[in-house]
Design a protein around this ligand. Structure first.
Ligand code: MG
Length: 340
């Protein structure tokens, strides 16, 4: 990186990889650091009148605004609902804040809002507050959306990196990289015989089902920017445990695989918007996979990997098809800007 670049924010600072982590750890956390923010969970737990509430926020700048399987309105609801759900919370209410570029067609604006409305209704929650701002033409890119959300947390649903132990299993509810490859293929203007479709979906229903079948869920995270590679590296670092994946076990849609090979992407690095990575005790892994498979958003659920002793140098490792081993690195973040 040149000296000039180090003085400026790069697009890759928003990519969800090691540059995003550096931005947060070096510039943000030290200024606002408190015991809740420092945990860098998907949603923060706060106590209000002795009741535990989860609180989260997320901004959406996806380009293009409309893609197969969703749009910025649907994504803005799903992203925040999922950050609450993976924290073990029941989402209750959301805010919706719109930054609109002068000149956006009312027809597109209505379509995005209707999509957001349909998504909150289907998820069984409400938008209870919001804001609208308009900026000059050229000062935004159509529309940017911020949502924040709150949810209630059952006393039993305590999830933490600290609970993760060697022998635990890593489970995912379906195929890797569908959202990211859909967006990038659409941007590149590449078409496939069977079209790519984003997995963008609200996971609160699925997660409630799996929490009902297993009291032994240790941790959950939605592998969005930076993909499964970023999520597993975060889990390995925070738990001081290593993780082993088997290439033959990775669930991948054949068209998504073809797109990734053609464009030179590793699907472990690619964003998902309807997936949850679950770490659970080995004894309950099969029950969690079965519960996922009963839900429409978990048909392709599988055990993705195993937690191993980190021996003070935790890594994520992939056992390849031919039995070789390679380290799965934390992605840098340059891969796919404005994916969500
Ligand atoms: Mg998240």
């Amino acid at each position: 990186m040149t000296d000039q670049q180090q003085k400026k924010i790069l697009l890759a600072h928003g990519g969800g990889g090691s540059l995003t982590s550096a931005l947060i750890d070096k510039h943000i956390v030290p200024r606002f650091g408190n015991d809740k923010l420092c945990q860098l969970t998907d949603a923060a737990e706060i106590t209000l009148d002795s009741r535990t509430v989860c609180f989260t926020t997320d901004s959406f700048v996806v380009k293009p605004l409309f893609f197969n399987g969703g749009d910025i309105g649907k994504l803005a609801i799903c992203g925040t609902v999922n950050d609450l759900a993976v924290a073990g919370a029941k989402p209750v209410a959301l805010s919706l804040s719109l930054i609109i570029e002068e000149g956006l067609d009312f027809e597109l604006f209505e379509k995005i809002l209707q999509s957001a409305a349909d998504t909150v209704n289907a998820a069984g929650i409400e938008i209870v507050t919001g804001d609208t701002k308009v900026v000059e033409s050229g000062a935004a890119d159509g529309i940017f959306i911020n949502t924040a959300g709150i949810g209630t947390k059952p006393k039993s649903g305590n999830l933490s990196f600290n609970k993760i132990k060697p022998g635990d299993k890593i489970i995912i509810n379906g195929t890797l990289g569908d959202h990211g490859m859909t967006i990038i293929s659409q941007r590149e203007g590449i078409k496939f015989d069977s079209p790519l479709k984003s997995d963008c979906a609200c996971l609160n229903g699925l997660i409630a089902d799996i929490m009902a079948v297993s009291p032994d869920i240790k941790f959950m995270r939605d592998p969005t920017r930076g993909g499964v590679a970023a999520t597993l590296n975060e889990i390995a670092t925070a738990s001081n445990c290593s993780i082993e994946l088997r290439e033959t076990d990775l669930p991948i849609n054949p068209t998504v695989r073809a797109a990734a090979e053609m464009l030179g992407f590793d699907l472990l690095d690619i964003a998902n918007e309807g997936k949850v990575v679950i770490v659970a005790g080995a004894g309950s892994a099969d029950a969690i996979v079965s519960a996922c498979k009963k839900h429409p958003l978990g048909k392709d659920a599988c055990i993705l990997g195993t937690v191993l002793d980190g021996e003070d140098d935790p890594i994520v490792e992939l056992v390849t098809k031919i039995g070789g081993r390679r380290i799965v690195q934390m992605p840098y973040g340059r891969e796919l800007p404005r994916i969500c």
